[in-house]
Design a protein around this ligand. Sequence first.
Ligand SMILES: NC(=O)c1ccc[n+]([C@@H]2O[C@H](COP(=O)([O-])OP(=O)(O)OC[C@H]3O[C@@H](n4cnc5c(N)ncnc54)[C@H](O)[C@@H]3O)[C@@H](O)[C@H]2O)c1
Length: 335
Amino acid sequence: MTTILITGGCGFIGSNYARYVSRHHPEYKMIVLDKLTYAGNPENISDLKNNPNFSFIKGDICDEKLITEIVPKVDYIVNFAAETHVDRSISEPDAFIKTDIFGTHNILEAVRNSSNVKRFLQISTDEVYGSILEGSFREDDPLEPSSPYSASKAGADLMCLAYWTTYKTPILITRSSNNYGPYQYPEKVIPLFVTNLIENKQVPLYGDGLNVRDWLYVEDNCVGIDLILHEGKLGEIYNIGAGEEVTNLELTHLLLEMLDKPKSMIRPVEDRKGHDRRYSVDCSKLRSLGWKPLADFKESIKQTVAWYQANRAWWEPLKSGEFKEYYKKQYRQMV
Ligand SMILES: NC(=O)c1ccc[n+]([C@@H]2O[C@H](COP(=O)([O-])OP(=O)(O)OC[C@H]3O[C@@H](n4cnc5c(N)ncnc54)[C@H](O)[C@@H]3O)[C@@H](O)[C@H]2O)c1
């Protein structure tokens, strides 16, 4: 029986991917390992708990003993576990270096010392390339990360590539653009703005709002991840993006329109430090494996908005406690 280990599977993309695996590979034994930080929520995968092939371990990828015990028992590993919020990396970078670099290295060491693991897929980000004003980054372009978050992800990527070059550790890397969809922690721009607007609160728009992001529906990312895990070439990097580039201002206007709110709900705030102007990735390498994004941007945003409208019980508790304190410090308003 094939066993897959999904680390960080209680977060946004990891939980969507765990659900994807249960649908598309029901015969796989699936282990979700997650530290359950503020961003990890067991509710995100509560529908999987009655599946006899599913098990959950509360654990830290930095825990050498635990990782050394689990890794030799699995065939595939997909590492989503990470600290992921750029703003938090600017105020408190330590946890990013620990989890994103040291934790990934811990898994790499365990994979290197196990003959069982066939493929270790590291989930990275397009942010490792830095900003690009024109054109799109290819997988062999140099890395120029701007934030402590993207620098820690770049460090993990380089470590994976070094393990491939030095030990032939069977790694693969995906670098995707910004994802949206259900179960995204409400500190990230789309769920933050949607839930604020549902609550009739203003939305904090950074700087002039003209930063460009390429939005990828999480389900399309899951399809790409799964294809790369099974059919990607070992030692290789694959970009994943939908080519749906919009400015933050355009995105905000779209959300206001969908929720029938006036433009006065926008509250301009001081720009993020080191804010990358534009991200863009060339996905021809992944497209040559047969992948293409299926989601229609406006329709999928609409479905995402509808999901947050229908699931207040999921996000309301997340916007209290620690979140509220953090948010108050960050913007000193709108709480
Ligand atoms: N969300 C995006 O738009 C996006 C885009 C590109 C790449 N990525 C990458 O995808 C991955 C998942 O992102 P996400 O948005 O789902 O993040 P998320 O913050 O929603 O989830 C991260 C998960 O990792 C867990 N975790 C954190 N530290 C851990 C540790 N030390 N050990 C075990 N578990 C730990 C958390 O509890 C949480 O469940 C990350 O590696 C991120 O860098 C995300």
